[in-house]
Design a binder for this molecule. Structure first.
Ligand code: BMA
Length: 321
């Protein structure tokens, strides 16, 4: 397996997570049709990496595209969007696709995304090779966003985080978990985590949503997520993290009171939607004690942030809400 993309912490940096100096690693115009490429997901694949990328075109239509990389930093993104064959159901409508997540479970790569079906809900698909893709039943009724699968079955069932929402820019939102025996029928919906009180942790007081696929650690599941505050100039999206119980992930063990990464770099502060840090994927190496998060910046480009796994976990525990 390829080493995960990494850069050591700059000497003058006191933060737990730091930005890659080459950010943004994917430019908004990286394919001929794109207006912006952001909120995208990557996984180890063959002798490098593969990913599913949100590329909005210049008509500002949202769709997802496959891409490949040897080192996780330099990406070749297909110029045509993913076209799906019927998976575990007849072909279902998809007015748009955005904010993909990807994980390998058992024998294939599963993809979830925000699927346009009479409004946003959670679409599911799979691929074995990132060439041929299959679309399954939507997981939930509209409206829902931020569907994020766990990378393995929990108590014998597939598990997915999601964030019930509205048809617009949703001024609310908590994280729920649902279970499925077969990736088709979802139930046993439980609340995982709600927004924080304004006076305790204002950056996550308006809405929260799961980010990358949760990472299995000794303490439970490490879940990076985005938190939003509604300011006089609109929403501001930052990244925090929580640790969920391994067997019962609707139980939150720790949750970061301060954010781990907030909009501060120029490419996070300015773009099509200013002040957005939106994590959708993470690569980790437990032996090397490394985690690299991929995030969309200002709804325009893709960037990376790095941290020592043990330091991130320590930070969440010692700065827990
Ligand atoms: C959310 C989604 C994300 C986007 C964010 C900030 O509702 O649309 O794709 O990054 O808003 O605009």
């Amino acid at each position: 397996m390829q080493p995960i993309p990494w850069q050591d912490k700059p000497q003058n940096c006191n933060d737990v997570m730091w930005r890659n100096a080459a950010n943004p690693i994917i430019d908004r115009y990286a394919i001929p049709t794109s207006n912006s490429i952001f909120n995208s997901a990557v996984v180890p694949f063959e002798d490098g990496f593969a990913g599913v990328f949100r590329c909005d075109n210049k008509a500002v239509q949202m769709n997802i595209f496959a891409g490949f990389s040897k080192d996780g930093v330099h990406w070749d993104i297909n110029h045509e969007p993913i076209s799906f064959l019927a998976g575990n159901t007849e072909m279902i409508d998809s007015d748009y696709k955005y904010d993909p997540r990807v994980t390998f479970i058992e024998d294939r790569y599963w993809i979830t995304w925000c699927n346009g079906y009479h409004g946003p809900t959670i679409g599911i698909g799979y691929t074995f090779d990132f060439k041929e893709f299959f679309q399954c039943e939507n997981a939930f009724l509209p409206f829902n966003r931020n569907g994020v699968l766990f990378p393995e079955k929990i108590n014998g069932k597939y598990a997915m985080l999601s964030r019930p929402s509205d048809n617009g820019h949703t001024p609310f939102g908590d994280i729920y978990i649902s279970y499925s025996p077969d990736m088709k029928y979802w139930g046993e919906h439980r609340c995982v985590m709600k927004v924080a009180p304004f006076t305790d942790s204002a950056w996550q007081c308006t809405k929260i949503g799961a980010g990358p696929i949760p990472i299995a650690i000794d303490e439970g599941w490490l879940m990076f997520y985005h938190g939003v505050i509604n300011t006089c100039n609109g929403f501001r999206y930052a990244m925090g993290a929580a640790i969920l119980d391994k067997e019962n992930p609707d139980k939150v063990l720790y949750r970061s009171q301060p954010y781990l990464l907030g909009p501060a770099a120029p490419y996070e502060l300015a773009g099509d939607v200013p002040n957005v840090v939106f994590p959708c994927a993470a690569l980790h190496d437990a032996k090397e004690d490394k985690v690299t998060v991929y995030y969309g910046a200002a709804d325009t480009v893709v960037a990376m942030a790095h941290g020592k796994l043990s330091e991130v976990i320590d930070f969440i525990k010692t700065n827990s809400l």
